[in-house]
Structures are given as C-alpha cells and as structure tokens.
Design a protein around this ligand. Sequence first.
Ligand SMILES: Nc1ncnc2c1ncn2[C@@H]1O[C@H](COP(=O)(O)OP(=O)(O)O)[C@@H](O)[C@H]1O
Ligand SMILES: [Mg+2]
Length: 237
Amino acid sequence: MPAATLDITGLTAGYGPTRVIEDLSLSVPKGAKLAVLGRNGVGKTSLFATLAGQTRRFSGDIKLDGKDITALPSALRARAGLGYVPQTRDVFPTLTVEENLFVGLKDRPKAALEEAYNLFPRLKERRRNLGSQLSGGEQQMLSTMRSILGRPSVLLLDEPLEGLAPVICEELMAAFTQLAATGDMTILLVEQRIQTALDFADRAIIMERGRIVWQGLPADLIGNPALIEAHLGLGLH
Ligand SMILES: Nc1ncnc2c1ncn2[C@@H]1O[C@H](COP(=O)(O)OP(=O)(O)O)[C@@H](O)[C@H]1O
Ligand SMILES: [Mg+2]
C-alpha cells in the first residue's frame, strides 16, 4: 500500500465519561514523518489509540487518503491501512518470533516477511526464539515488524525507544528512516528524546492537555529553546 494522507477533524475522545483528546484537528501529508511531542500525560498515546479505534470517541472524524475510517472497528482500520505499534509492545511470551508475526494473519505473506526481516536481521536470527527470550529492543522490533507485515499506509509508533540502550535506539531509528524512505508509509512518531525525534522528522507537533499547541518544522523548534522549555520542559540532549 502506498503512503496515505491522514486527516483528523475536530476529534474529541477519551475513556468512559472522561475526555482526554479535545477537539483536535491535524493533517499529515502523504509520506510525511511527524514527531508527536509533549510531556507525560498530555494524550499522545490516547491520540494514537483513538486513531486505532481503541478509545471512546465523542466527536470528530478520521480520514485516510480521504476515506472516512471513523466508523470502522480497529481490525478494519488496520485493513484500511492504519498500522499501530503500541507503547506496550504486546509480544506474546510463549510464542516464537515467527508465531508472533503470524498471529491474526490468515496467509503468510512470504515476500513481506523477507522484506521485514531485511529491516531487522537480528529477528531473523532469532525467529525460533520465544517472545519471553527477547530483549526489550528485540520486542520492539518484533512489535514493529508485525505491524508492517500488514503493509500499512500510515504507521503510528508510540515511544519505540523507551527504556532501550543507545545502540539499539540507533538501530531502530535507522530502520524507521529506511521504512520512510521507501515512500510507502506516512509515519507518526511519539518520542521523549526530542532531538532524536526531530532528527528523524520533517514536521512536528506539540501536545498539551489533549490539544495541539504548536506545529511546524523541526528546525523552527530546535531554534526556539523558549518554546521547548514552555511545552516540553526537558530541553534537547
Ligand atoms: N485507559 C485509560 N483510562 C482512563 N484514563 C486514561 C487511560 N489511559 C490514559 N488515561 C489518561 O489520559 C491522559 C492522557 O494519557 P496518555 O494518552 O497515556 O498520555 P501520554 O501518552 O501523552 O503520556 C492521562 O490523564 C491518563 O491518566
Ligand atoms: Mg504515552
């Protein structure tokens, strides 16, 4: 599937009676690499979960390449091209790497599998290992690989580097950059390491309390320490 545009209009969503995403609108062009930034608890994960159809939506709509997917349940959103790699990584510990990859897939897409293994050769070596035997980095690779086997046109990556060693982070970021370079995917990346996210991205948003409070180019954010201080507080490292 080629990369798709993602258009979000007036999205309000949350959990039970609670609204966490507030009237959020965003357009992400085909093939863009968007960094989604913001402090803990501002709603980054909730935004992705809402796009994936896993929260309660109060209003608003979501379009992939102009096609309204708002009414679709999660599985059909995935089939429509939305790939979601959750912050929790979701690897089945008692299944092997390869079994993990094929959960929920009717047929085994051989070509897609080889392509994905090329991106993460480390996983090919470990394909008979159990999920429980993988390092955090390998679990992240597996979780990502499972999502890209569905050949999504928009890929949501939620804090893929969390808790990982620098060398693994570099490996993952190189793989994401390679994925983006194929032009087959629009990528949204949530990441606490601001500099890493901005090195990868070609545009960025900052969220606060369920809303977008700034959007622009990575260079504009890097050149504006006051903005970083105000909304992210951590500074660049
Ligand atoms: N499953 C849930 N049920 C109720 N509230 C939740 C749930 N998940 C997250 N929240 C709340 O939604 C807000 C945003 O959380 P989250 O989307 O995880 O933020 P972030 O990913 O930016 O750290 C927080 O106040 C959090 O407590
Ligand atoms: Mg989160």
